[in-house]
Design a protein around this ligand. Structure first.
Ligand code: ATP
Ligand code: MG
Length: 276
């Protein structure tokens, strides 16, 4: 069960995020990145955050803690920005909070070294949840206290926008050529061997229990929240054993950033034009 918190002060919008998340303070004296039910991306992106964030944390990947966060839109009354005011007005009630990592930096593949083992685990996980939002253009990775942290899973689980195709999607290839961690030689075999067996029915059920009923209740074609949870569990269970075989790490697109010099990364430099 995700912890319950309540927003007490809206601090500032995070303008770089497409869904206009905001930094808020809460009644537990914590600071959170709040993602709003009233944002254009809709509730399903919050469902994806809860499922993917919870699954990643249970698999031992670093994701900031997620909390249920209630909002009284009254806290936005003094907010001068009309876009923010409207978002807060449209988001009364239950929203999602993610522990804010103060002083974290956006991941820069040219300046931060990731081991093949860790890169493999992240790419394997992204294939499991079909996350296409971790490219080098928009890595959705933070570096905090010298470690890599995963954020922003709102665009994953794409099949939940078209449930009849969910089963077939388990067999589709996952193209990781542009993945932010592709240049680090992801060890996918090790990740599949370590993480695959952990994705059990119990683990999925525990993860899905964290999704608030009110975000699942009116999903068309389902009898109720537990039926929707079962569909997510089935789709993820089907994907876990095949993930490794479906991942392709082909040639990256031509405009990928060049490699950082070895003196910066501590990695041996490759001659330009050498195969990856
Ligand atoms: N837990 C966090 N701690 C510190 N900064 C964060 C955290 N979560 C998000 N951010 C910052 O806020 C930005 C926007 O967050 P996020 O990517 O989750 O939003 P989004 O609206 O889903 O974005 P996108 O435009 O990528 O879809 C991030 O790029 C990062 O700079
Ligand atoms: Mg983002």
């Amino acid at each position: 069960m995700l912890r319950e918190t309540s927003a007490t002060r809206y601090v500032t919008p995070l303008r770089e995020g497409g869904s206009l998340p905001g930094i808020v303070e809460a009644d537990d004296l914590g600071t959170y990145v709040m993602k709003f039910t009233g944002a254009g991306q809709g509730r399903k992106s919050l469902v994806a955050e809860v499922i993917c964030g919870g699954l990643a944390r249970r698999l031992g990947l670093r994701v900031p803690e997620l909390v249920r966060m209630t909002l009284d839109p009254v806290i936005g009354l003094a907010e001068p920005d009309q876009e923010v005011q409207e978002l807060l007005k449209a988001s009364g009630g239950l929203n999602l909070g993610m522990d804010f990592l103060p002083g974290s930096l956006g991941f820069d593949p040219l300046a931060f070294q990731v081991s093949a083992e860790e890169a493999g685990r992240v790419v394997w996980f992204d294939a499991l949840v079909n996350n296409v939002d971790r490219s080098w253009r928009n890595p959705n990775l933070l570096v905090w206290h010298g470690d890599l942290w995963l954020i922003d899973h709102g665009a994953a689980l794409i099949w939940h926008h078209n449930w009849p195709a969910a089963t077939a999607s388990a067999a589709r290839p996952y193209d990781a050529s542009d993945h932010a961690l592709a240049p680090f030689g992801p060890d996918l075999a090790a990740a599949a061997a370590d993480l695959g067996p952990l994705v059990t029915d119990d683990l999925l059920a525990e993860t899905l229990a964290d999704v608030p009923d009110e975000w699942l209740v009116d999903e068309p074609g389902f009898a109720g929240p537990d039926a929707v949870r079962a569909a997510y569990a089935e789709a993820l269970a089907a994907r876990a054993p095949t993930g490794h075989d479906r991942i392709t790490l082909g040639a990256p697109t031509a405009d990928r950033p060049s490699r950082a010099p070895g003196w910066l990364t501590g990695r041996p430099e490759r001659k330009s034009g050498a195969a990856r």
